[in-house]
Design a protein around this ligand. Sequence first.
Ligand code: ZN
Length: 101
Amino acid sequence: MEILGRKIFKLPDGRIGFNCPACLVPHVVPLKNGPGRNWGYNGNPDAPTLTPCIVWEHGDSYCHCSVSDGEITFFSDSYHHLSGETLDLPDVTAALIPEAD
Ligand SMILES: [Zn+2]
């Protein structure tokens, strides 16, 4: 894992991720120019914007969010306690181990 900046890390396969302050795990997305579904990224790891929005499902968890200028907004259909809120993306730390997907 490579730390690109305060809020974004990169996996060896080229996907990038951020720490979700609601789920307390990383969410990882593939970037454009790869096959299949992929995301646009403004290239600023200190104030990232990712498009389109992100849906993360894991067991009973459902997280629907958008990342813009270093802030994360949770759509109100998210299952967690930060549903409907916007807050600063937490800093990425090397101690955090990203999930495989
Ligand atoms: Zn989340």
